[in-house]
Ligand binder design. Structure first.
Ligand SMILES: [Zn+2]
Ligand SMILES: [Zn+2]
Length: 438
């Protein structure tokens, strides 16, 4: 009988009753073929591989990671809470040592959901990785976490949630934003003033195949993770880099994904996108599962795979080598905090965001207090085509007494002033999550 070298927990949640629309690529069938494939291959008969039921995330779990306007219930469904709960279940399995590693095969996805949520962007309402990580930090104490996002789309939501957090290294490999949604994720996006270099973006040109992805992993991702020394490595395991994916232009294979997975050695993987639901997902997921469990994946081959036909051009190879060299240089010696202004000891940046899924436009100002003793209280003033002006204030993990006091002062002053419709306070020190409607 086959035995996993790394015991692996798998959480399945295909969300049968949630789809953006019946013909939308983000629909129920996305995981059904994978489920069949894993059963057919006898994955659950392997000793050390166990199937787990997802938890249900609570409103408080969501509020640890997000400001939701007007409230959590208005921007989530039960499926979103189970998807995030599935990620939590996977993480709990690893931290409680029930298994060495875990894979949350869940949907809806989450990596386009930003710190402030007014609705759905890029098929995402809440950031399931962020809800999971902040649940872990709440329960197990401060953890240094590296997130490697291997979805074809830039993980702009995860980047936004962790922009000011020096204890979370976020690395996104994706198809160049000049050629694909959401149009961001360039090498000079390096994080806020207190977390410069903890955000890393590796835009890859259309047509990148196994060779290019594995090169970027070896030359940029792995050395940066080694420097960072995380307690945990998370993989946002999107699978839409596959050569057959209908909404992207990359040339990655199931073997390539499995090799990347082996190289990364993530403790926890969380499914993100991937829309070739029959021809790619079952094989990519099988490769991922075997690779994570430390088993032989060399036989995994998707239908229609022809290595020569999808191999990247010499021009693509040269371009990737150059980009990777430049990125490493920028990350290790950042030249400054990028776009923003310093006003009265606060660093402020303005964002205009479009929620393509729900057709919402948001105007936001994010301000972080430049504190010498902690990463600083963060304030969000935001209005959208769905909500009038709202306020979010966060005293982050490890906030100093002054920043903590400042967070409450801003929150209370905001109520008195009466210019905000909805106000939320996240106090990670006192585990206090307050909401107020004016
Ligand atoms: Zn994607
Ligand atoms: Zn402080």
């Amino acid at each position: 009988m086959l035995k996993a070298r790394h015991p692996l927990g798998i959480v399945f949640f295909p969300a049968y009753d949630w789809a953006i629309s019946p013909t939308h690529p983000e629909r129920q069938e996305r995981l059904l073929y994978t489920q069949d494939q894993l059963r057919e291959e006898g994955v659950f008969d392997i000793r050390g591989i166990t199937e787990l039921k997802p938890d249900l995330a609570t409103a408080e779990d969501v509020l640890r990671a997000h400001f939701c306007f007007p409230d959590v219930a208005s921007v989530t469904t039960t499926s979103h809470l189970i998807s995030a709960g599935g990620a939590i279940r996977a993480a709990r399995t690893v931290l409680d040592k029930e298994a060495k590693r875990a894979f949350a095969l869940v949907r809806p996805p989450g990596h386009h959901a930003m710190k402030v949520v007014h609705g759905a962007r890029g098929f995402c309402n809440i950031n399931i990785e962020a809800v999971m990580i902040e649940w872990l930090r709440d329960r197990y104490g401060p953890l240094k976490v590296a997130i490697v996002d291997t979805d074809c789309h830039h993980g702009d939501g995860t980047q936004d949630v962790y922009w000011n957090d020096p204890d979370t290294l976020f690395i996104s490999l994706h198809q160049d934003g000049r050629t694909l949604y959401p149009g961001t994720g360039f090498p000079l996006e390096l994080g806020g003033p207190k977390a410069l270099g903890a955000t890393v973006n590796i835009p890859l040109p259309p047509g990148t195949s196994d060779e290019g992805f594995l090169f970027a992993m070896r030359e940029v991702v792995m050395p940066l993770i080694e420097d960072f020394k995380p307690d945990l490595i998370i993989n946002s395991a999107g699978q839409d880099n596959h050569f057959s994916d209908p909404i992207t232009d990359m040339a990655f294979s199931a073997q390539g994904y499995a090799q990347l997975t082996e190289l990364l050695g993530a403790d926890i993987a969380v499914l993100e996108g991937g829309y070739a639901i029959q021809g790619a997902l079952p094989y990519v997921n099988l490769g991922l599962v075997l690779s994570m469990a430390g088993l032989d994946y060399s036989h995994v081959r998707e239908p229609g795979f022809d290595a020569a036909a999808v191999r990247q051009s010499g021009q693509v190879t040269g371009y990737i080598e150059e980009v990777c060299r430049d990125i490493l240089k920028e990350v290790r010696h950042p030249r400054g905090p990028g776009k923003g202004d310093v006003v009265g000891g606060w660093f402020t940046r303005r964002k205009t965001l479009y929620y393509d899924t729900d057709a919402i436009t948001e105007y936001q100002t994010e301000s972080v207090r430049l504190c010498d003793h902690c990463r600083g209280v963060v304030k969000y003033e935001t209005e959208s085509t769905r909500n009038p002006l709202c306020l979010g204030v966060e005293a982050p993990v490890g906030a100093c007494p002054t920043c903590l006091e400042e967070a409450y002062r801003i929150y209370e002053a905001g109520q008195i002033k009466g210019e905000y419709r909805h106000l939320q306070l996240i106090d990670r020190v006192g585990r206090n999550y307050l909401t107020y409607t004016g």
